[in-house]
Design a protein around this ligand. Structure first.
Ligand code: BES
Ligand code: MN
Length: 457
């Protein structure tokens, strides 16, 4: 009897150069979702994906417009009695600045050694192409063993503001047994990983206004409260000496870690030295009483993501700026509510902002955290697939980043996601010189081939 598994794997192995070519095509499209200038590129990326799905023979391939960027859909539902898996991906990427720190051009994908460098290589065009190529390998060697639907969005990197409404209004179209979400990574090259927790996000822009216009800092220094100073004072007050966030009520609805989960997180093959190595800081910082794995995966945090005020050009200009701005994000865990965190920030400012400045807060993004089931049919199929390829059982990790769709799908479709991708901790995601490790990427394609076959009834 012909074994599709062997044939599909062999197909994937002989097509490596081809697969890389496809990967480079999508990497060359600068689909940055935060930047209005790139709206045409967002459209090109969506069209490119639709063309890929059509080439695979998918049915009902279509771009669905949303209030912002289109959703790409396609399906193959020709295997009666087999489960239906919804494959998620996002085709947008983060901005590339600071551009001068890139060693190659961010949208000119370049292979150096084992890695391919480009914005989106790891997060997550690489992971999306893994699923496309695993499906191609199966279709070319006998056909899909199960039913699939695809859902690609173009707004993940800006918090998926329109995806929830899209899912809510297309529950029949998207109906399935479960989702796979490859928008994630591994804790190390030799450590296959399934992510079962994601943090939520509440992201704000805080603006502080002082004098009507910039002032000579000699003539007026001493009589006005500098808004940049005031902003810095407010930011400084957001953490206490124990590294805890001081927003009133911030920890009230945080679900506590039980002993079993703490022990499990402690068994992960990454510890404090991993974080020291990856970040290059001399010593770690964070909430007292919790390990580094706990602090990134299971505890909420608050960070300034950007600051702007006054004169920031070369040299000096003696000025008291008229305003100052900070982008401030909080990462949330179950059962915190991003709308409540907004209220907490307002209460903090009402209480602590001085009378001599004016402030305003704009919300930039908000989504809840999620925890996924670790022991359903799909998770077990993925765990076996990873074990087959890597020769060891996967680690289960709670991730500090956010993928809003996972919670949306739980709430609106009643389905769980298996979160499994092939990024690595040193991939420089959201930073200059983003890369994807290619041997790991090819192993990822093998793993998804096994995963789909493991689900065959
Ligand atoms: N792929 C990431 C999330 C992620 C990061 C998973 C690290 C696993 C490891 C995702 O694309 C992302 O970066 N999301 C944003 C979402 C936000 C804008 C709502 C994030 O976490 O900052
Ligand atoms: Mn991503």
């Amino acid at each position: 009897m012909v074994d599709q598994r062997e044939n599909a794997l062999q197909y994937a192995h002989t097509k490596k150069e081809d697969f890389l070519g496809t990967f480079k095509e999508i990497l060359a499209i600068p689909s940055i979702s935060t930047d209005k200038e790139h709206i045409p590129d967002i459209g090109r990326a969506a069209e490119w994906l639709a063309a890929q799905l059509r080439n695979l023979g998918m049915r009902k391939v279509q771009l669905y417009p949303t209030a912002k960027f289109p959703v790409v859909y396609g399906e193959w539902l020709e295997v009666p009695g087999a489960p239906t898996v919804l494959i998620y991906g996002h085709y947008d990427v983060q901005p590339v600045d600071p551009l001068d720190l890139w060693k190659t051009q961010p949208f000119d994908p370049t292979i150096i050694g084992e890695d391919i460098f480009a914005r989106g290589a790891s997060d997550m065009k690489g992971q999306a192409v893994v699923t496309l190529k695993a499906v191609e390998s199966l279709i070319q060697t006998g056909g899909m063993p199960i039913n699939i639907k695809w859902l690609f969005e173009g707004e993940e990197e800006v918090g998926s503001p329109n995806l929830e409404a899209f899912i809510a209004s297309h529950t029949d179209l998207l109906a399935c047994d479960f989702a796979v979400n490859p928008d994630s990574g591994m804790i190390g090259k030799e450590y296959p990983t399934i992510t079962y927790g994601l943090r939520g996000l509440a992201y704000f822009e805080l603006r502080v206004y002082g004098p009507e216009h910039d002032l000579h800092s000699g003539m007026y220094g001493g009589v006005v409260h500098n808004p940049a100073n005031a902003l810095a004072e407010l930011i400084a007050g957001l953490h206490d000496a124990e590294g805890r966030v001081t927003l009133p009520g911030f920890y009230d609805s945080v679900r506590a870690l039980n002993q079993e989960e703490r022990e499990e997180l402690a068994r992960l093959p990454i510890n404090e030295s991993h974080f020291l190595e990856q970040t290059g800081v001399p010593v770690l910082y964070g909430e007292a009483g919790f390990t580094a794995n706990e602090r990134t995966g299971a505890r909420p945090t608050l960070d300034v993501n950007g600051l702007l005020s006054g004169f920031t050009g070369e040299g000096s200009k003696t000025v008291i700026p008229a305003w100052a701005m900070a982008k401030i994000s909080t990462r949330l865990v179950p059962d915190q509510d991003h709308k409540e965190v907004h209220q907490q920030l307002l209460r903090y400012l009402e209480k602590n902002a001085p009378d001599d400045i004016r402030w305003e807060v704009k919300t930039l993004a908000g989504n809840p955290a999620s925890i996924s089931d670790r022991n359903n049919l799909a998770v077990r199929a993925m765990a076996r697939a990873l074990e087959t390829v890597w020769g060891k059982r996967p680690y289960f990790k709670r991730e500090g980043g956010s993928i809003p769709v996972v919670g949306d799908m739980q709430r609106l479709l009643g389905i769980e996601s298996v979160i499994c991708g092939f990024g690595l901790p040193d991939d420089n995601v959201h930073a200059p010189n983003e890369k994807q490790n290619l041997p790991t990427w090819f192993r990822g394609i093998d793993a998804y081939i096994h995963f789909f076959l493991n689900l065959k009834p």
